[in-house]
Design a protein around this ligand. Structure first.
Ligand SMILES: [Zn+2]
Length: 50
């Protein structure tokens, strides 16, 4: 499980795939991955992200 952090408000969220938008401020495209980048991205196939 990867941890994603909002670049705008700093909120964090655990998710296998990149959240489309921040759960706190609602801004889209601000979520950046924290830690363990290679593992998380290889597990996250486009088919399973929705
Ligand atoms: Zn945010």
């Amino acid at each position: 499980m990867a941890v994603w952090k909002c670049d705008k408000c700093g909120a964090t969220k655990e998710s296998r795939c990149k959240p489309r938008k921040c759960p706190e401020c609602g801004e889209s495209g601000t979520m950046v991955k924290e830690g363990c980048e290679a593992k998380a991205s290889s597990k996250c196939s486009r088919k399973r992200c929705s």
